[in-house]
Design a protein around this ligand. Structure first.
Ligand SMILES: C[S@@+](CC[C@H](N)C(=O)[O-])C[C@H]1O[C@@H](n2cnc3c(N)ncnc32)[C@H](O)[C@@H]1O
Length: 261
C-alpha cells in the first residue's frame, strides 16, 4: 500500500496486527519477494504487514479501498477504448472494475489469492466482467506475451522496491506494452525514481475525501489504518473524510510513459 506521508505514524496499528507466525500464509514465491532474507518481521516491516492483511483479512482491506475512490480525472485520463489492457497488482479491483468496459480484453494480475477471489466475484457482477481474466503473477515475471497490451497499468501497487516492482517490474510492464501503447502507474510513489526512468506525470486538482460506508465505519477503519486521525474522524462524525484529515496524498495522479516503436 502506498502511503505518501509518514508511514510509521500511519502504520503503527497495522504493525501490531500480525506476528512472524502469520508469515506461514505466504507461498514460497511470495516469501521470496516480501521476506527475501527469511527473517521478515511484520511488526517492523509495514510493507510486509500490508501483504499479510491482503491474505488474512482481505475483506477488511476491501472495505478500506472501497472508501478510497480514484479521482474522476484519473479515470478520464485512461484510454476509453483499448484492445488489451493488463493491470498488475489488481487487488480487489478498485481500478479493474473501471477498466472492464474499456478493453476488448482485460488481464488482471494479482498474487494474493484471497484478493483474486474478491476480484473475480466483483467482476462476475459487473457489466462486461466476462472480458476480464484474473490470473496469478508478479511484477517481475508477468505471464503475458511481449508487446501484447495497449495499456499496462498498476494502481497503488508498484514501488521501486524489488519485491513490489523495482527495475525488473518496470522492464516487465514495458515489455508487455505494444509500441505506441502506454504504461501507467496510478497513485505513484517515488516520482523522482519514475521521472529518472522517463515517466511523465499528471495530477488532478480539487478537494477529495474518502467515502466510508457510514460514520461508524469511518471511525473503525481510521483506528486501524489512520490511527493519528482517528480522534478527529470520530469528532467529525461523518462518513466523508477529507484526505487532509487522514494525512495521506489522495489518489489523484498518474506517472506514465508512452512506449516507443
Ligand atoms: C495497495 S494494493 C492495491 C490494489 C489495487 N490495485 C487497488 O488499487 O486497490 C497493492 C497490490 O499489489 C499487489 N502486489 C504486491 N506485490 C506485488 C508484486 N510483486 N507483483 C504484483 N502485485 C503485487 C498486492 O497483492 C496488492 O493487491
Amino acid at each position: 500500500m502506498i502511503r505518501a506521508e509518514d508511514p510509521a505514524r500511519l502504520g503503527r496499528e497495522l504493525l501490531s496486527r500480525y506476528s512472524a507466525a502469520d508469515l506461514a500464509v505466504l507461498t514460497p514465491d511470495e516469501a521470496g519477494r516480501f521476506a527475501p532474507h527469511g527473517d521478515g518481521d511484520p511488526r517492523a516491516d509495514i510493507t510486509l504487514a500490508w501483504e499479510l492483511l491482503y491474505r488474512l483479512e482481505p475483506e477488511l482491506y476491501d472495505r478500506l479501498v472501497s472508501a478510497e475512490r480514484l479521482h474522476p480525472g484519473v479515470l478520464g485520463w485512461l484510454p476509453r477504448h483499448a484492445g488489451r489492457i493488463v493491470e498488475v497488482g489488481a487487488g480487489a479491483g478498485r481500478l479493474t472494475v473501471e477498466l472492464v468496459g474499456r478493453g476488448r480484453e482485460v488481464v488482471a494480475i494479482e498474487p494474493a489469492m484471497p484478493l483474486r477471489q474478491i476480484l473475480a466475484r466483483k467482476l462476475g457482477a459487473t457489466d462486461h466482467g466476462d472480458r476480464a481474466q484474473v490470473i496469478h503473477g508478479f511484477f517481475d515475471a508477468l505471464p503475458v506475451a511481449s508487446g501484447s497490451a495497449d495499456l499496462v497499468v498498476a494502481c497503488s501497487a508498484f514501488t521501486p522496491a524489488p519485491g513490489h516492482g523495482g527495475e525488473a517490474g518496470l522492464s516487465e510492464m514495458e515489455r508487455v506494452c505494444r509500441p505506441g501503447g502506454c504504461v501507467a502507474i496510478v497513485w505513484p510513489n517515488n516520482l523522482d525514481w519514475l521521472a529518472a526512468h522517463g515517466y511523465g506525470y499528471v495530477c488532478f486538482a480539487g478537494p477529495m475525501a474518502a467515502e466510508f460506508a457510514s460514520p461508524q465505519e469511518a471511525v473503525e477503519l481510521a483506528r486501524i489504518f489512520y490511527p493519528g486521525s482517528a480522534a478527529e474522524v470520530r469528532r467529525r462524525g461523518r462518513r466523508r473524510v477529507p484526505y487532509e484529515v487522514l494525512g495521506i496524498n489522495p489518489p489523484r495522479d498518474i506517472a506514465f510513459k508512452m512506449v516507443g516503436p
